[in-house]
Ligand binder design. Structure first.
Ligand SMILES: [Fe+2]
Ligand SMILES: [Fe+2]
Length: 462
């Protein structure tokens, strides 16, 4: 975003705001500027050559796609290495989407904070983070694409696995994709409908945020004539349709309390990222001590973690402390903030994957992805063999479920420690109940069995 956003000296926060968190924000900004690894990350991305990195594991073996499943046990050593690489690609593809959301919402919320006095450093830090994310995303995408092309070939990446008529493909998607994400696959509304939808959302937003005119995001008011910015993918895009996300964009840009609330959700992405990134960081340090070759993606993860440490500190301090400086939320804002947290927790941590380590969503979301992987040139399975292995990996207990349940228990404690002190949240949000409920192998297998049955029946009909 432009650094020229005017920071008003009016509307200074309450005196109690002169607290420790101001010092922490100042220090975080200065340290982030001083350390900044974006150039290093960009140079690593540009130097990446898959062949030179193909013989090494990029992370620990247990952070491999399909790790612990019966299929993994049957894979050859080179396939296991490739599954370790694909795990990096999948996780950082998700990270790139989440960071694209961050770029948008950093700008939306900075446009709110800019109306307040005393938050100049906070705005500068968020603006700086936005510029860092651009380099991170480019690097993740560059390495991801080169790796996928090397492992699967360009032609496979561009064609569907099975030829389907358009109409049956649409029916297939409508039956297969959970309602929560189905609208992301629908035909986009035309311009006329979009502008009607946007105008309804803006009118509603004006009605429910009484102080909106005073605090409305400068970033959004500069785009009043254009369509409302939205996100597709990442944490936000995975849990709601584009129109719901537009509604959230306006909500997070309409009051200082809601702007702070956005950082509870950004922190979910920060904690989830660290859940898999930290082992790459440790591997880097280990290889460095040994004087061994360090694969480029391992280095990228290492330096990215160092940049992200500052972003995590900012998410935590805004979500847990800065909101207390702000005017009290209305009853509607409190309700909305809780609903967003609850929905987000259900959407991104309400399940347990059997084949994607450190992933806590139902495998129902990933059935087409797994099918496609098994049919890819990496494994070249027939249609029936792919379905056979999917059933074995998703619908029966195996080591992969137990390994992921272990990750789940560790991360649950981290999430609970983060949410617990946020006083306006309902107890079910502070205790992260959706994640507690999702931490069951038995439940995961039951849900997978139902989803797999539906998936295989639909596949047969095509
Ligand atoms: Fe990043
Ligand atoms: Fe970040």
């Amino acid at each position: 975003m432009s650094t020229s956003i005017a920071v008003s000296v009016e509307n200074k926060p309450h005196d109690s705001a002169v607290g420790k968190h101001f010092k922490l924000i100042d220090r975080t900004y200065e340290n982030n500027i001083a350390s900044d690894y974006t150039e290093k990350i960009e140079a690593l991305g540009k130097s990446f050559d898959y062949e030179k990195n193909s013989q090494d594991y990029w992370g620990e073996r247990e952070f491999s796609t399909l790790y612990g499943t019966p299929f993994y046990e049957h894979a050859s050593e080179s396939q296991k290495r490739a599954l370790n690489h694909l795990y990096w690609v999948g996780q950082y593809n998700h990270t790139a989407n989440a960071e694209a959301n961050t770029m948008l919402y950093n700008q939306v919320t900075t446009g709110v904070f800019a109306h307040l006095g005393r938050y100049e450093k906070l705005c500068e830090e968020l603006t700086f983070e936005t510029s860092q994310e651009r380099f991170h995303i480019n690097t993740f995408q560059r390495i991801g694409l080169k790796t996928k092309i090397a492992l699967m070939g360009k032609s496979f990446l561009h064609k569907p696995v099975r030829s389907k008529k358009k109409s049956s493909q649409q029916t297939y998607l409508s039956k297969l994709i959970p309602k929560a994400v189905s609208s992301a696959f629908e035909t986009r509304w035309g311009n006329e409908s979009n502008s009607l939808q946007d105008s309804c959302l803006r009118t509603f937003n004006r009605m429910v945020h009484p102080n909106r005119d005073r605090y409305y995001s400068q970033y959004l008011s500069a785009r009043e004539g254009a369509s409302i910015p939205t996100a597709t993918g990442g944490l936000a895009g995975n849990t709601a349709s584009p129109s719901i996300i537009k509604f959230l964009t306006l909500s997070w840009g309409s009051s200082p309390f809601m702007a702070c609330h956005y950082y509870t959700m950004r922190m979910v992405a920060n904690i989830s990222l660290k859940g898999y990134e930290y082992q790459y960081y440790k591997k880097f340090r280990h290889l460095e001590r040994q004087g061994s070759y360090i694969p480029v993606p391992t280095s990228v993860s290492h330096y990215h973690l160092l940049d992200e440490a500052f972003h995590t500190t900012m998410s935590q301090v805004i979500a847990q402390d800065v909101y207390k400086d702000m005017p009290q939320p209305t009853a509607y804002e409190k309700w909305l903030a809780n609903m967003i947290v609850l929905r987000g927790q259900k959407g991104v941590m309400g399940g347990l994957s059997g084949w994607l380590p450190m992933t806590f969503r139902d495998d129902a979301f990933f059935l087409p992805t797994l099918y496609r992987l098994l049919r890819s040139p990496m494994f070249e399975l027939s249609h029936l063999d792919a379905l056979y292995w999917m059933e074995r990996c998703l619908c029966h207990e195996h080591e992969g479920f137990h390994a992921n349940l272990n990750h789940h228990q560790n991360l649950l404690g981290t999430f609970q420690r983060f949410f617990e002190p946020i006083s306006y949240l309902w107890s079910q949000c502070r205790e992260v109940k959706p994640m507690v409920v999702g931490g069951s192998i038995e439940r995961a297998i039951q849900r997978n069995s139902k989803a797999f049955k539906r998936f295989s029946m639909l596949e047969e009909q095509l």
